[in-house]
Design a protein around this ligand. Sequence first.
Ligand code: PEP
Ligand code: MN
Length: 270
Amino acid sequence: MEGLKLITAIKSKTIINVGEAAIGGDEIAIMAGPCAVESREQLFTTAFALKELGVKILRGGAYKPRTSPYSFSGLGEAGLELLQEVSRATGMAIITEVMDPNEVGVVAEYADILQIGSRNMQNFPLLQAVGKLNKPVVLKRGLAATIAEWLFAAEYILAGGNGQVILCERGIRTFETYTRNTVDLSAVPIVKSLTNLPVIVDPSHATGLKELVAPVSKGAVAMGADGLLIEVHSQPEEALCDGEQSLTPAEFAKLKAELSPICLAVGRKL
Ligand code: PEP
Ligand code: MN
């Protein structure tokens, strides 16, 4: 990246305000919720449990990028409507994925933060489309993207005029197969030293295993992450997507309690 005059490299700190949260500020931003919006009941039960636990940003996919075309691929606009309804009922802000440049308009009507998934990190028309918005975007690191490629992808959004980019490390593909991906926590301080953007970590997709979500979350905060994106489902065993890496609300509550002293130790709040 050396020598390149990138907007991504401007060093003044970016704090992104969404609902009651300030991402990149003193407080660690927690975005939690199910992988996919499956039904009204599933979404509301999970959201209200998380609201009780102090979560300010709810995640949930309405458009799901699935490896197999035969897997559940989300409820589409009906899912967005449920997200809006639950947001009104709880006061939580919403983050949800957008996969298609033609759907950016509709997703932006419902979402407070748009997510660009790992598989779309280099979907340049999609990056350009969200670059025209005045809304925060979480840009996940590609499955096999270098840090430089990831930052150039962020640059596409910034160059379009949208400075509200949040970078999300979600594990990369390596020879290791025990975990779903290999989490690159060293990317957190590297990217924070190279950019002004908030950096969050997704321990759920990074590991694929619920028992690793807490240790990776703790490591991420200790290494300077500004937030965490965590999959939580009211009944993970019934989940239509990513149940094996989803925490129950009770497991999430335990993680939050364990995270608190680590946040304090690195001068952050939870
Ligand atoms: C997700 O957050 O639901 C998701 C599909 O993540 P990723 O793009 O990191 O695989
Ligand atoms: Mn998922």
